[in-house]
Design a protein around this ligand. Structure first.
Ligand code: ZN
Length: 73
């Protein structure tokens, strides 16, 4: 009998597979360091201050200004 892999509760659609504890401390890399919100539909993390959207690749948020795009409000 094989032991099943432990299932991680974090990989829900609402968090893009990002650990909720990590999500809680993520901030925009710009100087204002505003908290980011998950846009599950777009698969991005969005800053409410500068409207940048950061991609999430394989559950890893890419918080680089060079990788961000601006979203129109
Ligand atoms: Zn920002």
């Amino acid at each position: 009998m094989t032991t099943p892999e432990p299932t991680r509760p974090a990989a829900g659609a609402g968090t893009l597979g990002i650990d909720p504890a990590l999500l809680a401390i993520l901030a925009c890399p710009d100087t204002h360091h505003s908290p980011l919100t998950v846009d599950a539909a777009a698969g991005e993390l969005v800053c409410g201050t500068c409207s940048r959207a950061f991609p999430v690749r394989d559950g890893i948020p890419v918080l680089l200004l060079d990788e961000a795009r601006f979203r129109s409000a």
